[in-house]
Design a protein around this ligand. Structure first.
Ligand code: UD1
Length: 424
């Protein structure tokens, strides 16, 4: 098994450039099915979740051409419905966007149930509520999701999402883009990747208003057309690097970002005593002495992101005093705390709440990446803790961080990828 080997405890310096946002890119890549034409996507991160999504599209009959590392041309003209390979679909969570895209284009969809990080139960009832509001019949049976529009096609309607859900908001939007008439999504999620997906679809000729607010209105159009579109920067990658700066007592410039997207992270790091300087497309994070304890509640955007829960927990271990993290999105997001305990952390978990007794330090250890962001947190912890940390199961990290080892080496980190071959 490949692993990361880190010699931690040394300060870093310089600049880290942020890649395109995973959660926007997966939605936009799978939304190209609706376009039925040639699109060029720029700033597409070269990570395994995106490469799996591209492999799914190729297997379905799309022509996928890599023009450069982060630029891909996708022609979905000849895509065939219901042909997404089950074994690829099961390797990523966001493959559920194929249901909205296929339904919107073909009036039917057949896709295997998705995979992704294990945070406890991850239902899709709200996605189904969205499809049904447009007239579709949906069955989930034998590990497959099957959706069928009425004979005359999907018809726009109002749908109230009982919980704020990123996936259900985007999926309903995908199904509605080519439906007849007006669809209104109420209690929509506000995340920047929802706005990015809507901007992409609008650039292709869709009529979507209100993305980024509670109410999204989609007036169906008959056809979309191809475009060249640039994916927004990844706010969670940016946030991970911001935490890394404070955790390693460093000064790092995190560039190529939209600073507004990381406002909640900047606010919490400032509260802990780090100095944040905002530039047009960058933030500079500077460690300024012992970190203070704080409390965190994760919430849908613009609240503090759940996908920064594990990385922030590492920082709270490195602060002095007791901090509390309340997880407001997922039932089971604290599994990673077992791994942090191996590094000397003192954390008690009760349901959706973790009480972190910060001692100001962590110790090097052999740990596992239990999911994508948990794995990123182990990298931050390993770079902060003096000595040799080894991280296993790093395929989780490779799902969402482009070129991580090289980026970190570029700011002076002693981190290397050891492959199975190296170990043989
Ligand atoms: C997306 C992100 C994930 C992030 C999460 C919350 C992608 C590919 N993944 O996941 O990284 O952690 O947003 O910011 O973009 N829920 C239901 N029924 C549904 C759908 C969701 O009850 O039909 C619940 C979930 O169990 C969870 C909450 O709603 O408690 C939010 O989930 P949601 O926003 O849908 O997360 P994802 O889109 O799966």
């Amino acid at each position: 098994m490949d692993k990361l080997v880190i010699n931690g405890g040394r300060p870093l310096s310089g600049e880290l450039a942020v890649s395109g946002m995973k959660n926007a890119a997966v939605a936009v890549v799978l939304a190209t099915v609706l376009v039925e034409d040639k699109c060029v996507l720029e700033n597409l991160p070269d990570i395994s979740d995106i490469n799996i999504a591209l492999d799914i599209l190729s297997a379905m009959g799309a022509r996928v051409t890599r023009l450069s590392r982060d630029t891909v041309e996708i022609d979905t003209t000849f895509v065939k419905v219901g042909t997404a390979p089950q074994e690829l679909v099961r390797r990523m969570r966001a493959s559920y966007y194929l249901v909205g895209s296929e339904l919107g284009r073909f009036g039917r969809s057949l896709v295997a149930a998705p995979g992704g990080c294990d945070f406890g139960v991850r239902p899709i009832d709200l996605h189904i509520k969205g499809f049904e509001a447009l007239g579709a019949t949906v069955n989930v049976d034998g590990g497959f999701i099957e959706a069928t529009a009425p004979e005359d096609g999907l018809v726009g309607s109002s749908v109230y999402l009982d919980l704020v859900s990123v996936g259900a908001t985007i999926n309903t939007m995908l199904a509605a883009v080519r439906a007849k008439g007006l669809t209104v999504i109420e209690n929509a999620a506000h995340e920047p990747h929802i706005v990015d997906t809507a901007n992409f679809l609008n650039a292709c000729g869709a009529d979507i208003k209100g993305a980024g607010t509670d109410v999204i209105k989609i007036r169906g159009v008959e056809r979309l057309h191809g475009v060249t579109y640039t994916i927004i920067p990844d706010m969670i990658e940016a946030g991970t690097f911001m935490v890394l700066a404070a955790a390693t007592k460093s000064r790092l410039k995190i560039s190529g970002i939209i600073p507004k997207h990381v406002d909640s992270i900047s606010a919490k790091l400032t509260e802990m005593g780090a100095k944040i300087t905002e530039e047009d497309e960058a933030v500079i994070v500077e460690y300024q002495g012992p970190l203070k304890r704080i409390n965190i509640k994760t919430l849908p955007y613009p609240g503090f992101p759940t996908d920064m829960n594990p990385q922030m927990c590492v920082l709270l271990c490195l602060a002095e005093g007791t901090s509390i993290i309340s997880e407001g999105v997922w039932d089971n997001r604290f599994r990673y705390t077992e791994e942090l305990r191996r590094m000397g952390a003192s954390i008690k978990v009760d349901g959706r709440v973790a009480v972190v007794d910060g001692t100001g330090e962590l110790v090097a250890a052999r740990v596992r990446a239990l999911d994508l962001r948990a794995g990123a947190a182990m990298v931050v912890a390993g770079l902060a803790a003096p000595g040799r940390t080894e991280i296993e199961d790093i395929y989780h990290i490779q799902r969402g961080y482009e070129n991580l080892v090289e980026k970190l080496q570029g700011v002076g980190a002693d981190i290397r990828l050891v492959t199975t071959q190296d170990q043989a």
